[in-house]
Structures are given as C-alpha cells and as structure tokens.
Write a protein that binds this ligand. Structure first.
Ligand code: FAD
Length: 311
C-alpha cells in the first residue's frame, strides 16, 4: 500500500468506502465547473466521523477544507493537495421551535427558505436564490436584496481544528460585508440558530417568487459561475463600471464577462482557472485606470496548498 492508499483506507474505515474519493476533480464540486483533482474527498455523515477525519488530518499533517455547494469557489487547475470535507449531503436536519430555527450547515438556502415559508417564518426570503449551503452562507455572511445572514443569525456551533465544539454568538462571529471570523480561523460550522419572524406564508412565497424572477432576469443563472466576482466598493456598482469600461462579453480563453451581468464571470466552455485569473486581472487594471477603484475579489481561491488571495 502506498501512502495515498493508506490514508484513503484510514478515511474509509471512518466513513465507509463509497464516501471516500481519491484524486477527484474539483470541477465536479464547484458551480464554476473549474478545478483539478482534490487528493481526497471525504463525506462524513455525523459529527463524530468529522472529528475522526480531522484527527487523521492532524496526524498526517494534511490540509483540509470544508466545501458546501462550491458556489463561491475558484479552484486551481492543479487541484488541491489535501482533504475536501463535504457536509452538504448529510448535516441537513432542521428543527423548529416557535420563531427559532436550528439548522445544520449542509442544508441549502433554497430548501431552508422553502421550509420556512411553509411554516410562516419570514426573514430568509432574500437568500432563497443563493445557490449555497447554510454553512457557506454563514462563512461568507451571504446577502442579497438588502438582507444578509447577519440579520437572522443568533448563534453558530463550530468545531475547531482540535475537534473541540464552540458556540459563537452573533458578536463573536464578527459578521461584516461578505466576511466573518470564520474566514480567519479554521473552524467548521456545524449548525446555526436563526431568529425568524412570523409572516403570512403567502406573502413569503410571493416575495421569494419576485426575487427569483429578478435574479433570473438579471443574472446568468443558466451558465456555470461563482456568482459576483468582486465585492462592491463603497459608492460604486461593479457591474455597470465593468460595462462602461467596455468589458461586457470580453473573453480570456473559456472565461467570459457575462453579457447578461458584467459583475459575473462565466465559464463559457472549457474555462481554466488561469483563464479566470487572467480575466480578473484585466478587469481590475481597466477599472483602476478608468475609475481609480480597486476591485477586491469576493470569490474564494483554492490553490493546491489551500485558500489564497487572488493577486
Ligand atoms: C449564480 C450565483 C449567484 C449567487 N448569488 C449570491 C448572492 O446573491 N449573494 C451572495 O452572498 N452570494 C451569492 N453567490 C455566492 C455563493 O452562493 C455564496 O457565497 C454562498 O454562501 C456559498 O455557499 P456554499 O455552500 O456554496 O459555499 P462554498 O462555495 O462551498 O464555500 C465558500 C467558503 O465557505 C466555506 N465553508 C462552506 N461550508 C462551510 C462550513 N460548514 N463551515 C466552515 N466553512 C464553510 C468554504 O471553506 C469556503 O471557504 C452566488 C453564486 C452563484 C453561482
């Protein structure tokens, strides 16, 4: 048995053979459909398995990264030389108590929003079209249409790298525009407690329908992407600036500035990570020259050694 097989067999003993993949393409795990192989992909079904996986990572000095739906990830063409931990296929329980909801990190925002609508619990309508999991949304403090996760999060349960459980309240999470303390610590979100408000189910559904219509009309939801590429600089709108700079539809290899919404880069077919990075640099340079505005990427860049900033 070589080293790779030995590690894979350790993971298999924890979660079962079919929940371990070796050299698995990140393109299959990200909405951009870009990315080389991850050395290991492991899918635990409960927290004890997760802790055991983390113990193996510590013992063998393996880097690890939790993925939700991979909807905010640009993964390198060389892949990731570590362990991708997937929590989006299990970890989906949701409990309701009056206006309080306790939901596990793997539930998708759309599924959660639908459940809440049925129960007449308002507050998550803004996120019903964001194609990620609750874990990813807490990590990013995802937001849209005037709402953000910060508005409803009461408490989050995380596991730290030593396998210890921590409960973080709103202030400890340091939620800001598309940021949270989780981006600075290697903590894994297990579940969140959300505070909802009583609302007529029909009104909630109507609002969700309206927002879905707006999203479908304005965003290239039919093409692979990772959503808005850049954070919104204060006092400016990214899409219109890129459009005014003449870059709508501009292409590097298979990566294209969406003709529908210039704030998105789409994979127009066969895009590589290098294509996207090069296109990001072209956009940043042009916007700096024309508007003196620095565009900061919102998407997370996964390199073979882990998350990195796009330079
Ligand atoms: C078409 C489209 C539209 C989008 N629209 C919006 C929008 O309106 N608003 C918005 O904010 N975003 C939007 N996004 C971006 C994206 O959907 C969000 O950032 C979402 O919250 C990411 O969730 P995810 O589960 O896919 O996370 P992933 O992309 O899988 O991961 C993102 C980061 O979160 C971390 N992470 C994921 N799960 C956990 C966990 N359980 N514990 C700790 N860390 C974790 C990952 O390690 C990674 O660093 C859009 C994306 C697309 C493709």
């Amino acid at each position: 048995m070589n080293g790779e097989e030995r590690i894979a067999s350790l993971f298999s003993r924890i979660v079962g053979d079919w929940r371990v993949q070796v050299n698995f393409p990140l393109a299959n795990l990200t909405t951009f459909r870009i990315g080389g192989p991850a050395a290991y992909v492991v899918t635990p079904s409960h927290i004890d398995e997760l802790k055991e996986i983390m113990a193996v990572c510590r013992e063998y000095d393996l880097k690890s990264l939790v993925l939700g739906k991979g909807s905010n990830i640009l993964a390198s063409d060389e892949g990731f030389q570590g362990v991708i931990i997937r929590l989006d296929s299990d970890f989906r329980k949701v409990r309701f108590q009056d206006l309080i909801v306790e939901a596990e990190c793997g539930v998708t925002l759309s599924a959660l929003a639908k459940m809440l609508a049925e129960k007449g619990l308002g507050g998550l309508e803004f996120a019903s079209g964001i194609p990620g999991t609750l874990g990813g949304a807490v990590y990013m403090n995802a937001g849209a249409y005037g709402g953000e996760m910060k508005d409803i999060i009461q408490e989050v349960t995380v596991v730290d790298m030593l396998g210890k459980i921590k409960h973080l309240d709103r202030s400890e999470l340091q939620l800001g525009y598309r940021s949270s303390i989780l981006q600075r610590k290697s903590w894994i979100v297990i579940k969140a407690i959300l505070q909802m408000e009583k609302k007529d189910p029909a009104l909630i559904k109507e609002r969700m329908r309206e927002l879905a219509e707006q999203r479908n009309a304005k965003q290239p939801v039919e093409m692979p992407s990772a959503g808005s590429v850049f954070k919104r600089p204060e006092g400016h709108y990214v899409g219109p600036m890129i459009e005014q700079a003449g870059l709508k539809g501009y292409q590097v290899g298979g990566a294209m500035v969406s003709p529908k919404h210039a704030g998105f880069i789409v994979n127009a077919g066969g895009a590589t990570c290098q294509d996207v990075l090069q296109l990001i640099r072209v956009i940043q340079k042009k916007i700096k020259e024309q508007f003196q505005v620095e565009l900061i990427p919102e998407i997370r860049y996964l390199t073979p050694r882990g998350l990195d900033v796009i330079r």
